[in-house]
Design a protein around this ligand. Structure first.
Ligand code: HXC
Length: 257
């Protein structure tokens, strides 16, 4: 499909979606979010793709929802607007792992988009924030919930109440991001993660993602029960047979995906 505000490419098993609206620091307007949703669905359906990377530019992952698009909205138009429609949360319905590779600004809806992904890799230049309060609004795509679960109440409260940005280093310390890497190596590091995932058993990968994500939805007992059912269900799969045989035979496993 032709896209005007994103670029897509593949590198091995990685499907890469680059947000590409440089004049507005990748502000997430209706067109951009719709195109991103289309690309996410296409990569999710492509059997050659094992993991999806969402990234932006050196300067900005995304500086938030498009303020110029929102400025004149009034309720109930807000309620009917695209930014609460499914495009915004398309990343949540993807079954393959989605890696946010964040350099520069990840603000407002940009930070929320990164947090909807399965993990965040940050360049040392990354800056995370929920500055909505400075606009007289509050986060609207999960920021108050996901940030609080990721970094705890005090830090989340300070960021959401004051709009203070967090550096990559602080974000790693707080548990928001998996790792910080030099900016020049960000995409290559994300592709390495995708390659590692691509060499594993696909059902195990899909169930691992489902199990970890359930930790955000379910009470502990239910989550552990779900994990156990998924775990038991993997016995007898090609992946489990091959993985365990390879260990016992002291060789590398060859998963068929
Ligand atoms: C629309 C934006 C934008 C945004 C930047 N731009 N962020 N346009 N919506 N969120 C545009 C600017 O208007 C400007 O275009 C161009 O991008 C470059 O931005 P500058 O401000 O000139 O760059 P700089 O001085 O480097 O400052 C960078 C910045 C600042 C600190 C990131 O742009 C900024 O504060 N942006 C807004 C961040 C924000 O408040 N995000 C939350 C949005 S609310 P022109 O044409 O003027 O040169 C939100 C709610 C989510 O996300 C709800 C989800 C449903």
């Amino acid at each position: 499909a032709e896209h005007s505000m994103i670029l897509t490419e593949t590198q091995g098993p990685a499907g890469i979606i680059r947000l590409n609206r440089p004049a507005a620091l990748n502000a997430l307007c209706n067109t951009l979010t719709r195109e991103m949703a289309e690309a996410l669905r296409a990569f999710d359906a492509d059997p050659a793709i094992a993991a999806i990377i969402v990234t932006g530019s050196e300067k900005a992952f995304a500086a938030g929802a498009d303020i110029k698009e929102m400025q004149h909205l009034r309720h109930p138009d807000t309620y009917m607007a695209d930014f609460i429609a499914e495009s915004w949360e398309a990343v949540l319905t993807v079954r393959k792992p989605v890696i946010a590779a964040v350099a520069g600004f990840a603000l407002g809806g940009g930070c929320e988009l990164a947090m909807m992904c399965d993990m965040i890799l940050a360049a040392d230049t990354a800056k995370f924030g929920q500055p909505e309060i400075n606009l007289g609004i509050i986060p609207g795509a999960g920021g108050s919930q996901r940030l609080t679960r990721a970094i705890g109440k005090s830090k989340a409260m300070e960021m959401v109440l004051t709009g203070r940005m967090m550096s990559a280093e602080e974000a790693e310390r707080a548990g928001l991001v998996a790792r910080v890497v030099p900016a020049a190596e960000l995409l290559a590091e994300a592709v390495k993660v995708a390659e590692k995932i691509g060499a594993l058993s696909a059902p195990a990968v899909a169930m691992a993602k489902e199990a970890v994500n359930a930790a955000f939805e379910l009470p502990l007992r239910e989550g552990v029960r779900l994990e156990r059912r998924l775990f038991l269900g993997l016995f007898g799969t090609e992946g489990q047979q091959e993985g365990m045989a390879a260990f016992v035979e002291k060789r590398k496993p060859a998963f068929r995906g």
